[in-house]
Design a protein around this ligand. Sequence first.
Ligand SMILES: [Zn+2]
Length: 213
Amino acid sequence: MNTDPTINSICIMNISKLNYNGGGPMRKAKMSKAQVDKKAKTKKGYKPEVSLHPDYPRNDYINWNQFFMGVARLASLRSKDPSTQVGCCIVKNSKIIGVGYNGMVNGVDNYEFPWGNKGKFTETKYAYVVHAELNAILNTANPELLKGATLYCTLPPCNECAKAIIQAGIKSVIYTGGWREEDYHDVARRMFDAVGIDLAEYKEYKNDIRVLR
Ligand SMILES: [Zn+2]
């Protein structure tokens, strides 16, 4: 990557590509504050819904998983890959420590190197493109923080990224896009299982941040 992909710069550039269904303006209160307070007192664990009263915190905000996968999805939009845009976000203690997407090695002319995926290996992108997960690992400001971190990615990792994930000390991997039955994904899963890295499919939520493509 040629630029430092901070969250702010990605958001400013690509927010129009997102389909965010949650949030929105607060709706009109259906109950008075006194009614809500009374219900909260009598019903254990009662939490007023977002539409009930403006004096209470809204509860339709996205959770951490949605936020971090949303950042990974946003990062994928930076990729110039014509067939597959992949994004990745690495998190430690609810703080983002690395973001990446699949792209050519730094410093090369994007039009001089191949982007196709068929034919002789040296004439395909596979020889030159760095995967999102590896880029996110390499982009971290402090590699020490990767130990025990969680990696969010918009595709299941391949075996090469799995090696880097393991060597970096990352402990959990959450992927979306469905599992893929290729050998390099199976090898990745096998290595994760062997070293005790949690591999989980991301649970989609109704109000998730999604990329419209
Ligand atoms: Zn990979």
